[in-house]
Write a protein that binds this ligand. Structure first.
Ligand SMILES: [Zn+2]
Length: 341
């Protein structure tokens, strides 16, 4: 297989650049940065910038690498900075992926036939070759909101790993082709640091990197308390060719109009009978919410009355985005029922 990912071993701090943008401009596309550890028999992997509009992980890495007083990490650390080109496409950090290419974090499963698919396959090979003890994949949410971790397993090592980084843990068995779904031979969690323009998200990424480079045992039982676990979220999606916008009043030529401050529902409990916005004559027909058995249960979760969309039971919404292009290409938000443990 052709190697397309550069490897930059142990860069000196003066080579990193004076800004995050300069740092990215110093990379020729997707790059592994390998830092030798004090204990070089152990390796940890950090992946970030799978999505070009999610800068917190890259900012944290820039700050850490540019620090002349930086100590060697406890273990070897291999950091992948992935969608450099998408991130640098003006305006910077606004493109989740390059136009006309698939979402990078939907490509980590066969067939690896697109350019991003081949890149995904190469990333998987490298991670497996490194035999790390853990992988952390750092992201930002597109709407504002708190940090949370996502896992595909509630095995003790996954939960103990995740709780170092966030006290909210989402268990998903959705098969989307995300990196964390791949078998890497070690626990992997996704860390959603918070909104891409939230200062707290940058702080979260920094503290996560700090822990990754200094924590002796990532799987310790004690330490952080058990996280709140949210199981099996559903994706609330809209069908193709449905138009959506965000406004304080129904927009005439849009099938769906949601309130522009809908991100405020991120993670709190959204009670029943809360109006989220307006819908056209097809009502719930614009949406889908598929459960683990493949059934569309949107009718249990939402109802439409006088062209308004309401919750029909208490829900926890997350990854709520006010950005129509994300809502269309990915989903409006994820949700779990607030009443089921
Ligand atoms: Zn992401």
């Amino acid at each position: 297989m052709r190697n397309t990912i550069d490897i930059w071993p142990n860069p000196r701090c003066e080579k990193i650049g004076h800004s995050v943008k300069e740092f990215l401009c110093n990379l020729n596309g997707p790059t592994w940065i390998d830092i030798p550890g004090q204990d070089n028999n152990r390796t940890r992997v950090l992946t970030t910038l799978l999505h070009g509009n999610e800068p917190s992980g890259t900012k944290a890495l820039f700050n850490w690498l540019a620090n002349p007083g930086r100590k060697a990490p406890l273990t070897n650390l291999s950091c992948l900075i992935c969608s450099v080109e998408a991130a640098l496409l003006e305006p910077e950090f606004s493109h989740r992926y390059l136009p006309d290419t698939p979402d990078m974090n939907r490509c980590f499963r066969p067939p690896y036939d697109s350019t991003n698919g081949k890149l995904a396959e190469e990333i998987l090979h490298r991670i497996r070759d490194l035999t790390p003890e853990a992988v952390i994949d750092m992201h930002n949410t597109s709407g504002a909101g708190p940090d949370f971790a996502v896992t595909t397993s509630l095995n003790t090592n996954y939960v103990n790993l995740a709780k170092n980084f966030s006290h909210r843990l989402i268990l998903t068995e959705l098969h989307l082709g995300a990196l964390m779904e791949a078998d890497l031979g070690c626990p992997i969690i996704t860390l959603e640091c918070g909104g891409s323009s939230d200062f707290q998200a940058d702080q979260k990424a920094l503290s996560a990197l700090e822990w990754l480079t200094t924590g002796e045992n990532l799987f310790r039982k004690n330490g952080a308390p058990q996280p709140d676990i949210y199981k099996h979220p559903l994706r609330f999606e809209i069908r193709d060719n449905v138009s959506i916008c965000y406004a304080d009043h129904p927009v005439a030529d849009s099938n769906i109009t949601l309130y522009p401050d809908i991100e405020k529902y991120n993670f709190g409990i959204t009670p029943e009978n809360i109006c989220l916005g307006w819908v056209g004559p097809k009502g719930l027909g614009y949406f889908s919410a598929i459960d683990d058995c493949g059934h569309d249960i949107k009718g249990d979760l939402f109802y439409v009355k006088q062209d308004k969309l309401y919750t029909s039971q208490p829900l926890r919404l997350f990854m709520v985005t006010p950005r129509p292009e994300i809502a269309k290409k990915d989903c409006l938000f994820y949700l779990v029922r607030a009443n089921t443990p």
